[in-house]
Write a protein that binds this ligand. Structure first.
Ligand code: SF4
Ligand code: SF4
Length: 76
């Protein structure tokens, strides 16, 4: 699936250790439109490059994505 630009759930819900980001907190690189300010830059972490939009995680709405990713964070 295509990422819903402006969703931002995968930049908020998960822990991202390479950025020192705790779960359920906005990444410091997420702008106020929920877009990544490091997109296309070499500083963008590998974990972010590797994450691809999938219906299983992203669901059909931004709220579903947050719920799915918070749930995954809890069980992993
Ligand atoms: S959770 Fe999915 S739809 Fe939302 S920003 Fe991330 S990849 Fe895109
Ligand atoms: S670096 Fe960019 S893609 Fe990675 S979590 Fe932060 S805002 Fe999202």
């Amino acid at each position: 699936m295509e990422c819903r630009l402006g969703c931002g759930a995968c930049c908020i819900a998960p822990t991202i250790s390479s950025l020192g980001k705790a779960a359920n907190l906005r990444c410091q690189h997420l702008d106020n439109r929920n877009l990544c300010t490091l997109f296309g830059k070499p500083e963008r972490p590998q974990v972010c490059l590797d994450f691809k939009a999938e219906i299983e995680f992203c669901g059909k709405t931004n709220t579903e994505a947050m719920q799915n990713l918070i749930y995954l964070e809890k069980i992993t």
